[in-house]
Write a protein that binds this ligand. Structure first.
Ligand code: FAD
Ligand code: SF4
Length: 401
């Protein structure tokens, strides 16, 4: 008979006091790791202090992305991609609620004992309140994006204290990078990771500025998304939808609204999750699913019967639009609303679709972020920008300084 192995003891350090300066300083994305004793591992684990996507891809998926395969360069290691939507969407979810449905089903079937996700605070519909959910009701109360930096990993100490051995974590790229780096210290038998893409996130104050500058009725917005039709769709409390073309955004006002962490992030597609659920590689109205490994496939299989699916498609050529967007962003060009609307209509008709839209979005953000890191953290540029991102950025002509 083999003796039961005790849970390995890991190192602990004192969590950061509220209000103190985090190890990554202004680049901190408030992922929550430093609110726990796992701060001990911050130098290796923090996505902004130690970019190590290729190494972590190997430990999470068994291999890192193949830089000779254009789809892997853009979308990371994957077994398959598809477009999907729930036959019966969850009312009030960000899209059709595939993420919440997978999490609820995993709890239901006893595959996991808890789910790390983020509800909102009682006083603020967009104020993030990470929780370790143990019931379907708690998971459903976390549906819809909190479009702000969210310390999801702050509940990790609770996981160990609860004695849970099987866990699902839902999160965005920077949270998942830190999680993967400390995964073996958590004493789990099985960790499942369900990721969403993420870009251009903001602090709670930044979000307010964005809403105030862009929406006609900032106080009634309950949900918004940068859609594949090149417009931002704001959903208001009364169910009405307000559409604002990307090209009409007040770029000068909004330039400093995005968090420095997000302006220096190159993990838009959440490379280290087992399964990623977003929308940007799918036709309008559909969600985009990337299965990275066998664990991700197992998670998706749980809900396949509830989904309508179609293969991913790709149409158009993004390159000219991305190249033109670089100087326009640099100069903070804002079009008058009539011109922005016209431009929106034209680009929707002839612009990139499906996976090509996703590439358009990745290219525009990576070129902007590369310039941001080069200008503000030149000493970090070489190690912080992953090889796949350097390859993507090298397709474009960037200003010299
Ligand atoms: P739901 O069933 O509504 O569940 C949403 C889940 O997201 C919940 O479980 C909740 O715990 C979690 N969550 C909410 N806010 C946060 C947060 N701040 N940090 C971590 N977890 C959170 N997809 C794209 O394709 N392109 C993008 O550019 C893009 N940007 C995004 C930016 C942010 C800040 C976030 C949170 C998501 C983004 N997504 C993006 C993902 C997309 O908007 C949807 O979240 C995804 O398709 C899942 O939709 P759903 O209806 O299945 O989710
Ligand atoms: Fe700590 Fe996360 Fe901030 Fe890095 S991003 S300093 S790990 S809280």
């Amino acid at each position: 008979m083999t003796a039961v192995q005790p849970t390995p003891k890991h190192q602990k350090s004192k969590a950061l006091k509220p209000g103190s300066r985090p190890p990554a300083k202004e680049l901190c994305s408030e992922c929550g790791l430093c609110d726990t004793y796992y701060i001990h591992y911050v130098k290796e684990a923090c996505a902004f202090l130690n970019q190590q996507i290729a190494t972590l891809e190997e430990s999470a998926h068994g291999l890192s992305r193949n830089l000779d395969n254009p789809d892997e360069v853009y979308f990371g290691v994957h077994q398959q991609m598809m477009a999907a939507r729930k036959q019966e969407p969850i009312a009030g979810a960000q899209w059709t609620g595939i993420v919440s449905t997978i999490a609820c089903t995993m709890l239901d079937r006893g595959l996991v004992e808890g789910v790390v996700c983020v509800q909102n605070t009682p006083e603020d519909r967009f104020g993030p309140m990470p929780i370790l959910a143990r019931t379907k009701e708690e998971v459903l109360a976390a549906k819809v994006n909190k479009p702000t930096l969210s310390p999801n990993l702050s509940v990790l100490e609770q996981v160990e204290k609860s004695g849970m051995k099987r866990l699902l974590v839902i999160g965005v790229g920077c949270q998942i990078q830190a999680l993967r780096a400390v995964q073996k210290e958590l004493g789990l038998e099985k960790l499942y990771v369900l990721g969403t893409p993420c870009v251009d996130n903001v602090s709670r104050e930044g979000l307010q500025k964005f809403l105030d500058t862009t929406s006609k009725s900032p106080e009634t917005v309950v949900h918004y998304e940068f859609m594949q039709d090149f417009r931002i769709h704001f959903k208001h409390e009364d169910g009405s939808i307000e559409k604002v073309p990307f090209f009409g955004l007040n770029t000068k006002e909004l330039k400093d609204v995005f968090a420095p962490s997000c302006l220096s992030c190159f993990d838009y597609v959440n490379s280290l999750a087992d399964l990623v659920v977003g929308y940007m590689g799918a036709p309008y109205g559909w969600q985009w699913i990337v299965v990275r490994n066998q664990t991700g496939q197992e998670m998706l299989d749980l809900v396949t019967e509830q989904l309508e699916t179609q293969p991913v498609m790709s149409r158009g050529d993004r390159h000219a639009a991305v190249q033109q967007s670089i100087p326009a962003y640099e100069k903070g060009v804002t079009l008058p609303m009539w011109a922005a609307k016209l431009m929106g209509v034209a680009i929707e008709r002839i612009g990139p679709k499906g996976l090509e839209y996703a590439r358009f979005s990745i290219d525009s953000h990576f070129t902007r972020n590369y310039l941001y890191v080069k200008r503000n953290y030149p000493e970090k540029l070489e190690a912080h920008v992953p090889e796949f991102a350097k390859q993507i950025v090298s397709q474009y002509q960037l200003p010299e300084s």
